[in-house]
Design a protein around this ligand. Structure first.
Ligand code: 5GP
Ligand code: MN
Length: 337
């Protein structure tokens, strides 16, 4: 049996809202990752099976790497279908906020979400939640929102209702948020949950292959180039930096998601404690940071890169040029010495 984590009061509150709602919208954070998409689709399938009218609205498009998840193509991108997204948010009875802790994390969708008279439920594992929901189920000790979602469903008494399709989505999120169970994944309960998902009929090896080990030839070359030509190691600071300009990305026909995992590469060096990857986007620099042990990259991302996240995996968006972002990085190193 898995240990009980979620409070009875929260479960009761959620059960009541669920019983009173029919039109349900599921949302997750901007640039949705495996955990955001996995939890959204996992919950979607369950609620559809319960006979609810459910839609998923994400601030922008979900990654292609997760296309294999059932109903991925049903997801409504708010950036692309803003009017439709507004209509859905406005007419919902209940809105789920999955894998994010604050309204700003849904980017341009935040105003419509805030304004909607629907009742709201947060299920999330990021630190310091904002209390804008009617029920807030926030457990930062959870390895992923998908792990937390599975626990919530069990505590709602819905274990039997979890289909293999829903289980596949939940597993995809648990796997991607822990780097295929290589960090933040020492809790034995995680493996009890995986065992339950396997009993539901998921093929975990296939999910790994499709979600984490599938790249185009261009993308493989881009990652090789980034590591070989663009990785800088700063031994005194036990830090690494990889930067890619628009020009470099375009040379390798960059598609969203192509450099997923790149930021982890320098951490293979036992002497590197934290790693930062900067990608030049239209109008901003996307920052990804990862670390080992107690080194907190979320603090760095909060302080310098307008972002946040978890201690060992964080990110942000830097408003400025790539050169300015690099200067900022070097200033951080100077300050930490
Ligand atoms: P990634 O590097 O994969 O984009 O993000 C890693 C983690 O950092 C995410 O799961 C999320 O928790 C956090 N993160 C990434 N980008 C941002 C951002 O712009 N703002 C905040 N607050 N967190 C972010
Ligand atoms: Mn997550």
């Amino acid at each position: 049996m898995i240990n009980r984590v979620v409070s009875g009061k929260e479960i009761k509150g959620l059960a009541k809202l669920l019983s009173e709602s029919n039109k349900i919208v599921i949302t997750c954070h901007v640039s949705p990752d495996g955990d955001a998409v996995g939890s959204s689709l996992g919950l979607y399938h369950l609620l559809v099976d319960l006979g609810k009218d459910v839609k998923i609205v994400t601030p922008d498009a979900p990654p292609q790497s997760l296309k294999f998840l059932n109903s991925w193509n049903e997801i409504v991108s708010y950036a692309r279908y803003t009017d439709f997204g507004n209509k859905l948010l406005d007419s919902a009875d209940l809105i789920f906020c999955l894998d994010y802790n604050a309204l700003y994390r849904v980017d341009r969708m935040s105003e419509a979400l805030r304004k909607s008279s629907a009742r709201k439920v947060m299920i999330d594992h990021h630190l310091q939640p904002e209390y804008f929901c009617d029920v807030t189920i926030s457990y930062p000790n959870m390895s992923s929102t998908c792990e937390l979602l599975f626990r919530v469903l069990c505590e709602l008494g819905l274990y039997e209702e979890i289909s293999s399709v829903s289980a596949e989505c939940i597993y995809a999120g648990m796997m991607t948020d822990t780097g295929n169970f290589s960090y933040n994944s020492n809790d034995p309960n995680i493996y009890i949950i995986i065992s339950e998902l396997l009993k539901k009929g998921i093929n975990k090896d296939k999910i790994y292959q499709l979600a984490m080990n599938t790249k185009s030839a261009d993308a493989i070359r881009l990652n090789g180039y980034a590591v070989s030509e663009k990785m800088q190691i700063f031994p005194e600071s036990k830090a690494a930096l990889i930067t890619l300009t628009r020009e470099e990305l375009e040379k390798y026909n960059y598609q969203k998601g192509d450099t997923e995992g790149l930021v982890n590469m320098p951490l293979s060096d036992p002497d590197v404690v934290w790693s930062c990857y900067m990608r030049e986007e239209e109008g901003y620099i996307k920052i990804s940071a990862r670390s080992k042990g107690h080194f907190a990259v979320n603090q760095i991302c909060e302080l310098y890169f307008g972002g946040g996240g978890h201690r060992n995996a964080a990110g942000g968006e830097f408003r400025g040029t790539l050169d300015e972002a690099i200067v900022t990085f070097k200033n951080i190193l100077a300050q930490k010495e």
